[in-house]
Design a protein around this ligand. Structure first.
Ligand code: ADP
Length: 259
């Protein structure tokens, strides 16, 4: 059990990372968290992609605000088993840019972890910004020591090259990498459901072999997944059994790895 403050117990902590933006990091973080919650696990999702918080939209909680109680911030209770926190749930005007200087960012991360009443969790999923920077350094300081990372890449060499840098950061920061997920791995034709490899294929899987890091699965580029992100629904609740299966297979591997 991982603890960082008196009242919080975080369970297993996974920071979702990518080398580049736009590769589906927030999509995967939101879907893993919602999927774990739908399986009955008490799950927290912390969005520290401070410049581009997408989690409120992806979870269908845009327009909601977090509140405080007894001097502590309460995360938003999304459903029975899922709590979420995002800077997007604290802003009056969500279209306005927030200018984060280094020390402010560092304090925000500290407070998100230590001053928020997360309570007792089985899983804590962190949606981090792309690349490796101040936020990742702060996370490595304030998250429980047992935390690990999940890397998201698309199949192309340019994304794989950048995710290698994130893996090397984790090595330097002594954060184990639990696995790699290849997102946008082939395009699922909405007419015939055939998978077309428009971006090449297998970059994430071959990296996982080269670096001897477990491969957690591939997610095709599917218009339905994009629409879910836009309308605040998640893969675990999808009526499409294939989409449901993709995320459930990834979560099963994550749970197994931990046992
Ligand atoms: P990141 O967090 O890496 O910046 P996002 O998760 O915000 O990326 O995804 C960027 C966009 O791509 C979003 O509109 C999202 O809905 C879409 N997207 C992500 N993964 C997929 C996928 N497998 N199929 C279709 N659209 C996807």
């Amino acid at each position: 059990m991982s603890e960082t403050s008196q009242n919080n117990s975080f369970g297993q902590v996974f920071t979702v990372m990518s080398g580049k933006g736009g590769v589906g990091k927030s999509t995967v973080a939101a879907n893993i968290a919602a999927g774990l919650a739908s399986m009955g696990y008490r799950t927290g999702l912390m969005d520290v992609d401070l410049h581009g918080p997408s989690i409120p939209k992806m979870l269908g909680i845009e327009g909601e605000f977090i509140h405080g109680q007894n001097g502590k911030i309460l995360p938003l209770q999304v459903n029975e088993n899922l709590k979420a926190l995002s800077i997007g749930l604290m802003m009056e005007n969500r279209d306005e840019a927030v200018i984060w200087r280094g020390p402010l960012m560092h304090n925000a991360i500290k407070e998100f972890i230590q001053e928020v009443n997360w309570g007792e969790l089985d899983y804590f999923i962190v949606d981090s910004p792309p690349g490796t920077g101040d936020v990742h350094l702060s996370l490595s300081q304030f998250l429980p020591k047992e935390s690990s990372a999940i890397m998201i890449t698309t199949p192309q060499d340019v994304s794989v090259a950048d995710v290698k840098k994130s893996i090397s950061f984790c090595k330097a920061a002594h954060v184990p990498v639990t696995g790699i997920i290849e997102n946008m791995s082939g395009f699922k034709c909405p007419h015939c459901s055939e998978i077309i490899d428009i971006f090449s294929k297998g970059g994430g899987e071959s990296l996982s072999r080269t670096l001897d890091i477990p491969f957690l699965g591939r997610i095709p580029m599917d218009r339905a997944i994009c629409e879910m992100g836009d309308n605040g629904s998640t893969m675990a609740g999808s009526e499409d059994p294939h989409i449901k299966q993709i995320i459930s297979d990834i979560i099963t591997k994550l749970i197994r790895k931990e046992n």
